[in-house]
Design a protein around this ligand. Structure first.
Ligand code: ADP
Ligand code: MG
Length: 288
């Protein structure tokens, strides 16, 4: 039987934007000592706008680069992909169909566009392949930059910017002042990660993190004796959500992540997590 107080709490929290899939996890919210937030869509709005498009060769211009990239990205759910497709449509581009779409976990996407192989990837992917980063790619502020390879040649890059959620700073501060260690883990680059972290007053930041590394981060914290909550979206984050003591899937995330999670954050609002922690403590004190 579910204690009445918990049933009521569960109903109330659903109204506040939290769906509790696992009642035990809700009761355990009060034990949380560390929270690992993903950046995109939880601490930030997850709405990327294109800020710069750069063609690096004279065989391709910006419009072509954007159109080819959008062709691949129309099959991806990532907020970066949505930003690129939106920009292409805004500019009236005719986006071609593609074949063989594939996602490269935590690194990017690829497909065949008009018989050419188009790969859209992170700076980390370029480093892995020993391809030098263009010197002007990271000069102007905290941008997320994706690189476009066509038939294995680096043709250009697209820079995008996201905005921090208005309520994120308050949520982080409330968690910190109740003694919880707040971490951020992101697949995005160091410069963006640090800019967001600084704005939020967060000093524990991990950038360029691949999905399987998120699992290890959670494990490391658990080995230090921490009781770990983790937020995530997408298929990639599912293993880390499963490893966490309290896995929190954010609302816009995919079904796979939601199935693995203990809690679903319908509104993607970090304040709801802060409420959950306070609420868990309050509920528990009513039960004893
Ligand atoms: P996060 O959830 O922190 O954004 P991801 O693992 O989803 O991290 O992505 C990590 C990085 O991989 C992104 O910052 C980007 O460079 C690259 N990436 C992922 N998906 C895409 C995509 N659809 N198009 C281009 N780049 C992508
Ligand atoms: Mg992600």
């Amino acid at each position: 039987a579910i204690p009445l107080v918990v049933a009521i709490s569960t109903a109330i929290s659903a109204q506040k934007g939290l769906l509790i899939r696992n009642r035990t996890a809700f009761e355990e919210a009060r034990k949380i000592t560390a929270i690992v937030f993903d950046k995109t869509g939880t601490l930030t709005k997850g709405e990327f706008g294109v800020t710069r498009i750069k063609a690096l060769t004279n065989t391709t211009d910006e419009a072509t680069l954007l159109r080819m990239t959008a062709a691949v990205e129309q099959h991806s759910q990532h907020p970066i992909a949505q930003g690129i497709v939106r920009e292409a449509r805004k500019r009236g581009a005719i986006i071609p169909a593609v074949q063989h779409f594939q996602s490269i976990t935590g690194k990017g996407v690829s497909a065949t566009v008009n018989d050419r192989q188009v790969v859209v990837v992170s700076p980390g992917y370029l480093k892995e392949k020993n391809i030098g980063l263009p010197s002007d790619a990271f000069t102007s502020g905290a941008e997320t930059v994706v690189f476009v390879l066509i038939d294995n040649q680096l043709m250009g890059y697209i820079a995008l910017a996201d905005a921090i959620r208005e309520d994120a700073k308050g949520a982080v501060q409330r968690l910190q002042s109740s003694g919880i260690n707040v971490y951020m883990a992101t697949g995005d680059n160091q410069k963006v990660a640090e800019a967001v972290a600084q704005e939020l007053g967060l000093d524990k930041v991990y950038a360029n993190v691949l999905p399987d590394q998120k699992v290890n981060l959670v494990k490391d914290l658990q080995q230090q004796g921490q009781f770990v909550a983790m937020t995530g979206d997408g298929v990639n984050d599912a293993p880390a959500l499963a490893q966490a003591d309290v896995g929190i899937a954010v609302g816009s995330g995919t079904d796979v992540a939601a199935e693995t999670a203990d809690i679903i954050l319908v509104t993607s609002n970090p304040t709801d997590i802060t409420n959950l922690v306070d609420f868990g403590k309050a509920t528990y004190s009513k039960m004893i």
